[in-house]
Write a protein that binds this ligand. Structure first.
Ligand code: IVH
Length: 692
């Protein structure tokens, strides 16, 4: 008989190994389906036997909704930066100098990954913590977030790793993850990340690790650090790191001459364009640790390494005209229309200008000769104006004051760089955009309609808004171009079927700014109905998971609008689901009892607890008041709530006490040691040592 502990360990070993094959070696041997099945089995077992939980279990890779606190940690060895050069002459001089100081110098050339630096510490082969570079001496602890990056090993392979060591590298966002993230943000009307580097750095500092888990970050390691390492050279240390299960780039070369180094640089200056992740140069490092010691470091950077940075490709062309696009959310994006020019292998005709401030900062004028660059950014940008070629009669560009589509005066919201057209209901791109969002598969799934038909229906004045869809009749559609009776019937049929779509998707379909799919799910499960969401105060909205101030304000604004409320009423009449599916009553144990939940819990998420309260006939309240029976308190409970409960004499109960009340009290044996406590003991006073 195999014990649960043995089964859990076996699943963890297998999952770790498949994870490595998939994310480090890019050579999976099982299907995603099989992997997910094993992972689910592990999660179920860990829930059944909470004392066997482990912070480095593969199940932790999905992250959690707890709020990260990011405490500051001093680096054991400072995280230095690199001296940069853009010129091969300068690089040649550096190579010569090194060769003069050390005999038979060997250089390792590596790609310079364009992300954000990270330092990982391992103790007895297990990830102990991850810290950002910060100011070089101290950084932020981001362990929970880094655990979700699938290519970072949580448990090392082999048995020859030092018992305690640090390894440094770069967390980056591959282009595929970057494109997906930005297109999701665009659909939700959020500001886009300018480049994968900003996206990686921003993601790493996310408050909830489950958000990080979804964003597809990657991590490559390039420096083993420790006091007494069993290696004589960098290349040996990289080989060892590879053996232990780290992702270490294979795009490296061991070089002896300047020609060899330059050949490596030239090769990657072109080939980097076909890599699936961003790079911004080549790092050249002295290989031997003895040589590195001889060369030493300045306070800022080692003298044994240098970064050769690729020049962003640039072209000079004429700015013909600035036009303006209106997005689904009403955001105005100025676009530079250029005289076509060849840049990094493609013909560029347009460049984004982001907003009015950027145009003013560049003092851009139509007719100017402008510099266009394709750097880390995917979309080319204008970086400067060639003033010597400016016409003497040119005039500063006047930013538009009214919407180019509907003529409404534009507004600028506080803290937003962009201008917006506030005419949400009657500005054509916004109107069409909202309806197109509403019919999406992930929303109301009325896909038989399609974008073009939506445009057609608006043109023929058959629809103005999402509620109008439910008044359409097949006879109105059939005579329209490209439709006919059969399509008309299908469309009407799929509109009718959309009444079965669950409430959380209806909420998402409304297209409330910043309310994406996940937020809509949280809102639906927290509030349970459209009326509850609609009538909640800002404070009550903030109680829901994943809802911050920006989202709360946007929801309030949406429902404060008379026209939106009228549309909601028509959707209600049309029969759309305005309530989350009712929970089946498991018992009456909590009848007449009102409970407020606050903080984070060991065994269940807040929403699970909420569902349990309702399933046992109790009531879940958002705020503590005289009507509250119990305050169910978890870790990191809000101090205001706790104080208020104490003042009102409300009984405070723990998760275990709550579970006991509903007869679900699996005894928790020796609890896993508190991670905070464990960390406190581990953080040694930093030693200003050298790395080798
Ligand atoms: S070595 C003491 N190797 O570039 C030097 N850094 O501009 C340690 N970077 O902070 C860094 N790829 O974040 C090294 N192959 C590579 C790198 C690399 C990217 C980053 C790193 C560092 C920055 C310095």
């Amino acid at each position: 008989m195999i014990t649960p502990e043995q089964k859990i360990n076996e699943l963890r070993r297998e999952l770790n190994s498949h994870n490595y094959k998939y994310y480090v070696e890019n050579a999976p041997t099982i299907s995603d389906f099989e992997f997910d099945k094993m992972l689910r089995e592990l999660i179920e077992l860990e829930e059944l036997y909470p004392h066997l939980k482990d912070e480095n279990s593969p199940s932790m890779r999905v992250g959690s909704d707890l709020t990260n606190s990011f405490r500051t940690i001093e680096h054991r060895f400072p995280m230095l930066s690199l001296s940069n050069t853009y010129s091969s002459e300068e690089l040649g001089e550096w190579l010569d100098k090194v060769k003069q100081e050390v005999a038979n110098a060997e250089f390792v050339c590596e790609l310079k990954f364009d992300g954000t630096a990270i330092s990982l510490t391992y103790e007895n082969g297990r990830l102990l913590r991850a810290v950002t570079r910060g100011d070089g001496s101290r950084g932020d602890e981001v362990t929970e977030n880094v655990r979700t990056i699938r290519s970072v090993p949580l448990v090392l392979q082999g048995d020859d790793y030092p018992p305690f060591f640090e390894i440094r590298g770069e967390i980056f966002m591959p282009y595929s993850s970057f494109d997906r993230l930005n297109s999701e943000r665009e659909q939700q009307g959020e500001t886009l990340f300018a480049n994968p580097r900003n996206a990686a750095a921003g993601t790493l500092k996310q408050q909830q690790s489950q958000v990080v888990a979804r964003r597809g970050l990657d991590c490559t390691l390039y420096q083993v650090a420790g006091e007494k390492l069993p290696f004589d050279s960098h290349s040996e240390s990289l080989d060892a790191a590879r053996r232990w299960g780290f992702k270490v780039s294979s795009h490296t070369a061991l070089c002896h001459t300047t020609e060899e180094v330059l050949a490596f640089i030239n090769k990657w200056d072109t080939e980097r364009h076909s890599l699936p992740f961003p790079t911004d140069g080549i790092v050249i490092k002295v290989n031997s640790f003895a040589d590195r010691r001889k060369l030493g470091s300045t306070a800022k950077a080692p003298k044994w390494a240098v970064a050769y940075k690729f020049k962003a490709e640039q072209a000079l062309t004429r700015l013909l005209k600035v036009t303006y696009q209106v997005g689904r959310t009403g955001a105005i994006t100025p676009v530079a229309n250029l005289e076509p020019v060849l840049l990094a292998g493609t013909t560029v005709k347009r460049a984004t200008l982001h907003n009015a401030d950027q145009i003013a900062a560049l003092d851009l004028r139509e007719g100017d000769m402008v510099y266009v660059e394709k750097g880390g950014e995917i979309i080319p940008k204008i970086t400067g104006v060639e003033l010597s070629e400016r016409n003497s009669d040119s005039q500063p560009l006047q930013y538009i004051t009214h919407c180019p589509e509907c003529g409404t005066a534009l507004v600028r919201y506080e803290g937003e760089a962009k201008h917006y057209c506030p005419n949400q209901s009657h500005c054509r791109p916004q109107q069409a955009g909202r309806i197109i969002h509403f019919i999406r598969r992930k929303a109301m799934n009325i896909e038989s309609l399609g974008e073009e038909t939506v445009e057609l229906l608006i043109e023929h004045s058959l629809i103005d808004n999402i509620a109008d869809l439910y008044d359409l009749r097949a006879e109105q559609l059939a005579p329209l171009p490209r439709l006919g009776e059969k399509s008309a019937r299908n469309i009407i049929q799929s509109i009718a079927s959309s009444c079965e779509v669950p409430f959380h998707r209806v909420l998402f379909a409304l297209g409330i700014r910043f309310v994406g799919e996940t937020t809509a799910k949280y809102l639906a499960s927290h509030f349970g109905s459209m009326d509850a969401v609609m009538n909640s105060s800002r404070e009550e909205l903030l109680e829901a998971e994943e809802v911050g101030e920006k989202i709360a304000d946007s929801i309030i604004d949406y429902f404060a609008d008379e026209q939106n409320r009228a549309i909601i009423e028509r959707l209600r009449t049309a029969g759309l689901k305005f309530e989350a599916d009712a929970v089946k009553l498991s018992s009456q144990a909590l009848e007449g009892i009102s409970i407020v939940i606050s903080g984070s819990f060991e065994q269940h998420s807040r929403d699970e607890l909420k569902a349990m309260i309702e399933a046992h006939g109790g009531k879940n309240l958002a705020a503590v008041s005289a009507n509250t029976t119990y305050l169910l308190a978890g870790a990191k409970i809000g101090p205001a709530k706790l104080q208020k409960a104490q003042k009102l004499g409300i009984q405070i109960i723990s998760e275990q006490e709550f579970l006991a009340m509903i007869g679900d009290s699996a005894p928790i044996e020796s609890a896993v040691p508190d991670i905070e406590e464990k960390m406190e003991n581990k953080i040694t006073t930093p030693t200003q040592g050298t790395l080798f």
